[in-house]
Design a protein around this ligand. Structure first.
Ligand code: 48F
Length: 258
């Protein structure tokens, strides 16, 4: 076996050209999803499968958010019925632990969900963090981003201006932080209620029911819904994240007329 003769400079060109072309193409999208946890990945997959041009940005190097681990550093993830149907759909192996409660391996479930978003055609950019929103005439019309690394550097080293990415819709899938929603709250355009105490039974239904367009152009999904509406937290179970991601995609698909 012998590798093809390719120079160092050619490898660099391949990275630069391909990345620049992709960034150029995604300066405008149908939907930008901020946050690559289970809710954001699920929404990306559904929207891309429906034919939308989707960009998912994530501030970490890895996608998956809290979906790699089930809780307390133990990597078994749980869902309650009827969310095991999503596991069936994505080909994630699982077993029924007790009536209506299902368990899967975190790494297997998470990697399958990431692959499903990519295979559906969503573009995923890691190490990119939300800095602000683009807001014209009382409607969110995109986001302002910078490289995540910029925020770890001292101000005197990294006075780096961010850039803007435009979209017809933005989805806040940033989990407990509700980072996009908070940008509107900072300006007095809405008020979040903060998360309530644990009550899994109530929380999961409510997160899916309250997944909605919170402000013109901004849809909220996953645990960001809980922070925005003051819903109880649900702890280490993920069915509502997957179903809320699907619901957010349905709302966006309807608005985009797909
Ligand atoms: O936290 P995360 O997994 O949110 P989720 O999809 O699911 C929540 C569950 O994991 C769990 C739970 C219920 O089961 O309580 O916590 O709602 O994923 C959110 C992702 O958003 C990224 C963050 O790194 C994580 O991967 N994120 C947060 N803020 C920003 C961001 C930001 N400002 N810019 C880019 N990404």
């Amino acid at each position: 076996m012998k590798f093809a003769p390719v120079s160092e400079s050619q490898i660099t060109r391949a990275i630069v050209d391909e990345f620049a072309a992709e960034l150029h193409a995604y300066v405008e999208s149908d939907v930008i999803i901020v946050g690559g946890g289970p809710a954001g990945l699920m929404a990306s997959r559904e929207l891309a499968a429906a034919g939308a041009k989707v960009l998912l940005i994530e501030r970490n190097n890895y996608f998956g958010g809290g979906f790699w681990l089930g809780g307390f550093l133990m990597n078994k993830v749980t869902v309650r019925a009827p969310a095991e149907r999503v596991f069936d759909e994505l080909g994630i192996p699982y077993r029924e632990y007790s009536a209506g409660l299902y368990v899967a391996d975190g790494p297997h479930a998470c990697s399958k969900l990431i692959a499903a978003a990519c295979e559906a055609g969503a573009k995923l950019m890691n190490m990119v963090a939300l800095e602000d929103v683009v807001l014209h005439e009382e409607r969110v019309r995109g986001i302002v981003v910078n490289w995540s690394a910029v925020y770890s550097l001292p101000r005197q080293v990294a006075a780096v201006d961010p850039v803007s990415l435009e979209s017809k819709l933005v989805i806040d899938a940033t989990g407990h932080d509700a980072s996009v929603v908070k940008k509107l709250e900072e300006r007095g355009l809405l008020q979040t209620k903060g998360q309530g105490a644990m009550w899994v039974e109530r929380s999961e239904n409510l997160v899916v029911e309250e997944t909605s367009e919170l402000y013109p152009g901004l849809i909220v999904t996953g645990m960001a819904v809980s922070t925005a509406y003051g819903l109880p937290r649900m702890g280490p179970t993920f069915g509502a994240m997957l179903l809320s991601g699907k619901r957010a995609a349905e709302i966006a698909i309807e608005q985009l007329g797909l």
